[in-house]
Ligand binder design. Structure first.
Ligand code: 5RP
Length: 234
């Protein structure tokens, strides 16, 4: 998909997501280029007074900066007893609204905020829709920087290939939490995501995985023929 078309579809999804935002809401604010559109649009609505008394809980340093720039008031996770709605992007979305997230490096805080939210709304362009997780995007896994080879072998036993995420300057990528990220590629996708997630959650040294299963309630996909809203069935 051409980059400028993808940006238009992301903005379309972000615009549609604003219809779910009401005055007085506490919003979880995800991370990534699609969320950047949402923050920009939300900032405009707050500036014009079309929306009032909305506060956000950012999931990354990047989002903190972008939200401040857009004039959105911020609080921290735990400052409010509830999060009404989280709006976030995704790297892959399955037909059941299971997700791969974390190519933006913020999966730990994104999962923490999503798990504390009454509703989770995912926005994306239609290219993120897949039949099986792991077919287009690697699966990011945040790990402590000791004993990584054990995780690499574990992923190999699952038929995948794990590599430590690097930055363009040749240094290891570090998350906002100071951890490393493993990007795990599976040539035929992930056959049993729930089983893989359970095993990852049981592994010491794994901080969090980018499998977001039964987390999203709604997804809005930007498409050539307009936004499509999908609800989770189970
Ligand atoms: C960050 C994420 C992002 O939501 C995901 O990478 C999608 O990003 P983008 O909207 O730029 O495609 O999980 O950790």
């Amino acid at each position: 998909m051409e980059a400028s078309i993808a940006e238009q579809l992301k903005r379309q999804a972000a615009t549609s997501a604003l219809e779910h935002v009401q005055n007085g809401m506490v919003l979880g604010l995800g991370t990534g280029s699609t969320v950047t559109h949402f923050l920009d649009l939300l900032g405009d609505r707050l500036l014009t007074g079309e929306l009032k008394d909305v506060v956000g809980i950012p999931t990354s340093n990047r989002t903190t900066g972008e939200a401040r720039q857009a004039g959105i008031d911020l609080i921290e996770l735990g400052d409010s007893s509830r999060i009404d709605l989280t709006v976030d992007g995704a790297d892959e979305i399955s037909p059941d609204l299971d997700l791969i997230k974390g190519m933006g490096g913020a999966l730990l805080r994104e999962k923490m905020v999503a798990q504390s939210s009454d509703r989770v709304l995912i926005i994306a362009d239609e290219s993120k829709s897949v039949d099986r997780l792991g077919t287009l995007s690697p699966l990011p896994i945040e790990v402590v920087d000791w004993g990584i080879q054990g995780h690499v072998q574990f992923i190999m036993n699952w038929g995948g290939r794990a590599s430590v995420r690097m930055m363009s300057n040749g240094e290891n990528f570090k998350s906002d939490n100071g951890n490393l990220m493993l990007d795990c590629r599976f040539s035929d996708g992930i056959k049993e995501p729930a089983q893989l997630e359970a095993e990852l959650q049981a592994r010491a040294g794994v901080v969090e995985s980018g499998l977001f299963l039964k987390v999203a309630d709604v997804a809005i996909l930007g498409t050539d023929s307009g936004p499509i809203e999908l609800g989770r069935k189970s």
